[in-house]
Ligand binder design. Sequence first.
Ligand SMILES: Cc1cc2nc3c(=O)[nH]c(=O)nc-3n(C[C@H](O)[C@H](O)[C@H](O)COP(=O)(O)O)c2cc1C
Length: 382
Amino acid sequence: MTYVSESFWHDAVNKATTDLFTFGYKHIVKPHFVFNHTPDVAHDQMIEFCRVTRNIPPLMWLLREMLDYTDPVLETTVMGVDFANPFGLSAGLDKNCDMPVLLDHAGFGFETIGSVTSRPCAGNPRPWFHRLPEYDSMMVHVGLANDGSERVIPRAEKAWTQAGSMQVSISIARTNDELAGDIDEGIEDYRISLERAAGRSAMVEVNVSCPNTRAGEPFTESPENLDRLFAALDTVERPQPTLVKMPLNKSWEEFRDLLAVLAEHNVQGVSIANLQKDRTGLEIPRDWEGGLSGGPTYRASNAMIRRAYREFGDRLAIAGIGGVFTPEQAYAKIRSGSSLVMFVSALMYRGPQQITVFKRGLAELLRRDGFEHVADAVGVDA
Ligand SMILES: Cc1cc2nc3c(=O)[nH]c(=O)nc-3n(C[C@H](O)[C@H](O)[C@H](O)COP(=O)(O)O)c2cc1C
């Protein structure tokens, strides 16, 4: 009896503090500290904020007290890795490993660090971002700026071993600089970073679908190139499972052929998918370069997830990504076949408490539909 009433009060307080956070982010932080700067400046300030606050333990404690929400229905094991919940930060926001302390205290199930490349990389000329709030989207043209896998991976390992319950994934990509050469050079670039990542994170993600680089996307242009890449990566011994970050703008036939190649290699899962290149029906200035995050990715990624689950669900785990802003949208990704759900845009547009909104909402939806564990709902609509 006492236990029930204690958990009732804890739950009520957690809900109230999450609502307070939502209100504060929408009416104070977003208009006065984020949207009053260009998105490039706001992004840099957000990273700086994480760097400073991670060294203030009382603040991190308060964050956990206010936001943390755990529920056994959300616990899951995917590719042999245990997660407190299926929600993770997708690659790209925490390129250099500045955010794990904050995300761990906010209650993320996992985060993806990177994408990192074998050489440090300055990325594309600024601006890297344009906001498209009317589409809940960000135009992204970063071009894989990062400090390099040699420096970032040890930071990721430290973050992983020090995290309370959060798992850490490392995304590796090919260096986007003037030294980028032929296919073999690209393969060697990935191999170096994978070797550095071996055994130093819960998962590793191979990003073969960055739309904003001078070398393009040769490894998803043909199944043969992808096969060559993964034949080389198979030689790198690693204990952790490997995900592959897939492109969004492929026909199903092309996508299926790529998945068929991956199924032949040391790959345990696929992240579906990267940024949207198709601007059809969207009013976007022509001179804005890059790929679209958020809203414009939602339907296309769900469709790919469903088909991928139907044909490869017994071989490859799926991490669903793209346009998740509500618990219902996360649930749809899971019912379409995703064992894990990642997001970036919701964090930028809605704030850090969104993780609690997702967890609480998903737990309610699962219980409403009679599921005891999130894993039971994976693929039921596929
Ligand atoms: C600011 C930003 C940077 C990104 N950089 C990367 C990256 O380095 N590597 C990668 O695999 N995906 C990157 N992405 C793509 C995201 O991981 C994700 O696939 C995409 O944004 C769709 O998710 P969302 O709708 O929740 O934003 C980036 C996205 C954003 C918004």
